[in-house]
Design a protein around this ligand. Structure first.
Ligand code: ADP
Ligand code: MG
Length: 523
């Protein structure tokens, strides 16, 4: 069977035609989100099939929610999702840069430059950028970290909210971070309480669970506790409705009950032998057991969710056991303190242990307000974790992108081959960020870009960028508009990766609906 027949049910575009369509798809995609970039970016109202609505100005949320069918557009969305996973921010920038790289590449293709040459030039430019970016960076300190978080939250919520969110995020991450280790974000627990003001939100050292000990006569506080976590309960078997107990001789039921009581007693002595004084169960704890635990001075909690048990297990370095009888000394964890605290009028259980773990308590007047604050925390925690792992920062407001573009233009001049043009095109693409920031701030994009470029050159300073709050070109570090290095670097790498893989496609075979797999016969 010839190629023609195999491709009968396929729409095919090849060569330039394929590239053109793919570039168009990427540009359309970035067109859909460019108005959300920066502090003056607008929100999008997303409505799903069921009519549920979500207002957001987060690029990746818009793209992941929208039903995008085009495979190339999906590749660009993939780059944005990856950015979200790795760097937690810069998702809109990634898409905008990728599509601008493709737009500029297309112009070169029209001039007769082969995509392979462009890809090569892009790779050279990327390498240059990665080498240079470290030199543009500055070492962060607590003051700069806070400014970077506030920059990252620009366009999301009002100023006092950003202030609170950034301060609490820094505090929470500081508690869970350990020198030289990757930060485990899951050790930061977030609980929300409605009814009071955001200002009353707080960070508490240790894990806070909305639980109270099963008997108030149990100790209120246990210091240096030995903790046992059970993925079950300490209770009698409950009779499920389809369970049958055949009582044939008198006393069977009684001996059955005795046996059960004996089993519970064994569990209690086991707990005593293990030296446990804090117990948390996923399921219930029998009333008879409760009084025994009180006598032993054990603090006990029941119906603790599996996810909370997992957190406790990390924090206390305990292994979750299936039941008391299978527990060994090695399974028992340690806590510094396990205590009772009243928060927002409700009793809570607070566990502080060596393995870290901290809780952010978000307070707000209504569920909607809390939802907004939670999203802010999600972003700011991502950025803060990033900064604790790599403390280097870069000037924002497009300053770094313009500085890199200037560098690339100087570099391009030294390359005698056609790649020179691709390197220039790559640099121009990075400058798109300033243009879009300006556009969204109601300023002239071209004039703003030219002004940033000339100020950087005249002052010989890579920190000059566009401050959308003042409308001026300023030193971004002085203005506090700064970003973690990892976010800008990853945005550039991700955009390059996406644009190069799209440039390499020269044949698009698009199956028509219900295509049958062609039978292969020897020909
Ligand atoms: P992304 O999804 O790419 O993170 P954002 O909407 O968060 O998009 O916008 C981030 C951009 O906004 C960054 O380039 C950042 O430097 C810039 N930015 C933040 N605050 C300001 C400001 N006050 N003036 C100009 N640009 C700013
Ligand atoms: Mg952002």
């Amino acid at each position: 069977m010839g190629e023609k027949e195999i491709l009968e049910d396929t729409t095919r575009s090849t060569g330039r035609d394929a590239l053109k369509k793919n570039v168009q798809a990427a540009i359309a995609l970035s067109g859909a989100i460019r108005s959300t970039l920066g502090p003056k970016g607008l929100d999008k109202l997303l409505i799903d099939d069921d009519g549920r609505t979500l207002v957001t100005n987060d690029g990746v949320t818009v793209l992941e929610t929208a039903k995008v069918e085009h495979p190339v557009a999906k590749m660009v969305i993939g780059a944005s999702s990856l950015q979200d996973k790795i760097a937690k921010d810069g998702t809109t920038s990634t898409v905008i840069i990728a599509s601008e790289m493709l737009r500029n590449a297309w112009e070169l293709v029209v001039q007769g430059i082969h995509p392979a040459v462009i890809s090569r030039g892009f790779r050279m430019a990327e390498q240059k950028v990665i080498d240079a970016i470290d030199e543009l960076s500055l070492e962060g300190n607590n003051d700069l970290f806070k400014k970077a978080v506030i920059s990252a939250l620009s366009g999301k919520g009002h100023d006092s909210l950003k202030e609170i969110v950034s301060e609490l995020s820094l505090k929470a991450v500081e508690i869970v971070s350990e020198e030289g280790e990757k930060i485990d974000r899951s050790k930061i627990k977030i609980i929300s309480q409605t009814g009071s003001s955001i200002k009353e939100s707080e960070v508490i050292q240790g894990l806070v669970l909305a639980k109270k000990r099963i008997a108030s006569s149990m100790p209120k506080q246990v210091k240096n506790g030995d903790v046992l976590l059970i993925n079950g309960g300490i209770e009698r078997r409950s009779f499920s409705s389809d369970m049958k107990l055949n009582v044939t001789t008198p006393g069977v039921l009684e001996s059955f009950r005795n046996k059960e009581r004996q089993m519970l007693n064994e569990q209690i002595s086991k707990l005593r032998n293990l030296g446990v004084n804090v117990v948390a169960c996923k399921e219930g704890i029998d009333d008879d057991v409760k009084s025994e635990l009180v006598k032993l001075g054990i603090q006990a909690f029941r119906r603790v969710s599996k996810s909370d048990l997992d957190l406790l297990s990390k924090s206390c370095n305990a292994t979750i056991v299936h039941d008391v009888m299978s527990a060994t000394k090695e399974n028992v964890g340690k806590c510094l303190s396990s205590s009772n605290k009243t928060l927002g009028g409700l009793e809570h259980w607070v566990v502080d242990a060596d393995g870290g773990g901290t809780t952010i308590i978000i307070r707000g007047s209504t569920v909607d307000v809390i939802g907004e604050v939670e999203r802010c925390f999600d972003d700011s925690l991502g950025v803060v974790c990033q900064m604790f792992e790599d403390g280097r920062l870069l000037p924002g407001g497009g300053a770094t992108y313009v500085a890199l573009a200037r560098l690339l233009r100087r570099y391009a001049e030294t390359i005698p081959d056609r790649e020179q043009l691709a390197i220039e095109a790559y640099g121009d693409a990075l400058e798109v960020i300033v243009r879009v920031l300006a556009e969204n701030g109601g300023m002239d994009p071209i004039e703003s870009l030219l002004s940033v470029v000339s100020t950087q050159t005249n002052l010989n300073s890579d920190r000059q960028g566009l401050n959308l709050y003042t409308g001026n070109v300023e030193d971004m570090v002085d203005s506090g508009i700064i970003e973690p290095l990892g976010i800008i670097r990853q945005a550039i790498i991700g955009a390059t990766e996406a644009s190069i893989s799209i440039l390499r496609i020269d044949d698009v075979l698009w199956a028509k609906q219900d295509i049958e797999i062609p039978e292969l016969s020897g020909n």
